[in-house]
Design a protein around this ligand. Structure first.
Ligand code: FES
Length: 67
């Protein structure tokens, strides 16, 4: 298991699996404040809503489209 997997917003301690319950990034952010503190998870969250996946390599090549 790679420990460089990104699968949660660390700042609010919610997994992408949990956040995926919201219809889109904006709603998830409005309801949970995900991505507001360090903002490190924002590109991953956007990629999550775009792909439906809930765990990503820390250097996922697709992130360049979601900065
Ligand atoms: S990890 Fe999501 S805002 Fe910091």
């Amino acid at each position: 298991m790679c420990d460089e997997t990104v699968n949660r917003c660390e700042c609010i301690n919610k997994t992408f699996e949990q956040l995926k319950a919201f219809p889109d990034f904006e709603t998830a952010q409005a309801k949970t404040s995900c991505g507001l503190e360090c903002e490190g998870c924002v590109p991953y969250l956007k990629l999550m809503f775009a792909t439906g996946e809930t765990a990503f390599e820390i250097d996922d090549a697709r992130l360049s489209g979601f900065q």
